[in-house]
Design a protein around this ligand. Structure first.
Ligand code: UDP
Length: 317
């Protein structure tokens, strides 16, 4: 299979590239390296089935088209986008463009080349959810102009555009709503709770718990997510559908802080920090659809996954 993967140098993108290469496929990875890094592609960069193009997919696709003009393309995975709150707050316009113009460019390309299209959406489309846990049928509770709106609303636009291509052009689409994911290759400074707490625990610094720490998240290990994405892309039954991929084990942020410290072998010390504006108070995926259609569910428990992630952070100071 020939795969075009946008966002290949990012945390999730690089793991996906590695998986498709390991499975014997040919991958063209594209990334603007705004928030990603080519260092993430070390394990695949010397493989002859992998090639890389540094490009912003919101701009022209001429060079991408030229690279693969003679080849049939089977699968387009659109994973390019800043994804941590700190990153998308730093690059709100780039975030909106990659999820709007970037999605348009990627799905137009997939549609013309008769390739399957997978859009990487997010649990952020549910906003601060009033339904719990979140099923794919839930429409969400999003502030359309708040600081997180650049991400939430542009991903919602990307979903709407994907649905429109499906209706009008019959494009073979799938939308994956990705919940909080963690693991090796997360950027130490991406501002998310996992790298922040791990770094602070390893440096024996107080953990920055935002608000009272009663807000919840559900953390999925990267290998589980990648398995879910690969199954989703391969499933014919999921064509035209949306699927949640995430781990339904829900923790308060305070509980999560305690587990990180336990695994790092340090006592929990916390420093009071303000809760960011519009920070969702609860988040947990309902994964019945993924289980029923893909036979997928997470395998790696939080303590095991955090142990592996901590080891990565220790080895890559
Ligand atoms: N959070 C925290 N301390 C940090 C970073 C994040 O308490 O140093 C909280 C944040 O307020 C949110 C949760 O952890 O409630 C997850 O935040 P993250 O930025 O990882 O991702 P989000 O789920 O908000 O996209």
């Amino acid at each position: 299979m020939r795969v075009v993967l946008t966002g290949a140098a990012g945390f999730i993108g690089s793991h996906l590239a590695e998986r498709y290469i390991t499975d014997g496929h040919v991958v063209l990875g594209i990334d603007s390296v705004l928030t990603g890094s080519q260092r993430n592609l070390k394990t695949v960069s010397s493989n002859t089935r992998f090639s890389f193009l540094e490009r912003d997919v919101s701009g022209t696709w001429d060079e991408i088209e030229r690279r693969v003009s003679q080849e049939s393309i089977d699968l387009v995975l659109h994973f390019a986008s800043p994804a941590s709150p700190v990153d998308y707050l730093a690059f709100p316009i780039e975030t909106m463009l990659v999820n709007s113009l970037g999605t348009k460019n990627a799905i137009e390309f997939a549609s013309r080349r008769k390739a399957r299209f997978v859009f990487a959406s997010t649990s952020e489309t549910y906003g601060d959810p009033l339904e719990h846990p979140q099923r794919e049928s839930y429409w969400g509770n999003v502030n359309p102009t708040g600081p997180r709106s650049c991400y939430d609303e542009s991903k919602r636009f990307g979903e709407a555009l994907t649905a429109a291509y499906r209706r009008v052009r019959g494009t073979d689409t799938r939308i994956i709503r990705i919940f909080n994911t963690y693991g090796p290759r997360m950027r130490r400074d991406d501002g998310r709770v996992v790298p922040n707490f791990i770094t602070q625990a390893l440096e024996s610094k107080p953990l920055t718990i935002y608000g009272d720490g009663s807000q919840t998240r559900s953390f999925c290990y990267i290998d589980d997510l990648v398995e879910g994405i690969v199954r989703c892309a391969a499933s014919t039954e999921l064509s035209g559908k949306i699927v949640n991929i995430g781990n339904p084990e829900e923790y308060t942020i305070r509980e999560f802080a305690e587990i990180v410290c336990e695994i790092a072998g340090v006592p929990l010390e916390a420093t009071a920090c303000q809760l960011p504006v519009d920070d969702p108070s609860r988040r947990c995926p309902d994964i019945s659809r993924a289980k029923a259609i893909l036979g997928w569910q997470p395998r790696v428990g939080l303590r095991e996954g955090l142990g592996r992630t901590l080891a990565y952070f220790r080895a890559n100071p």
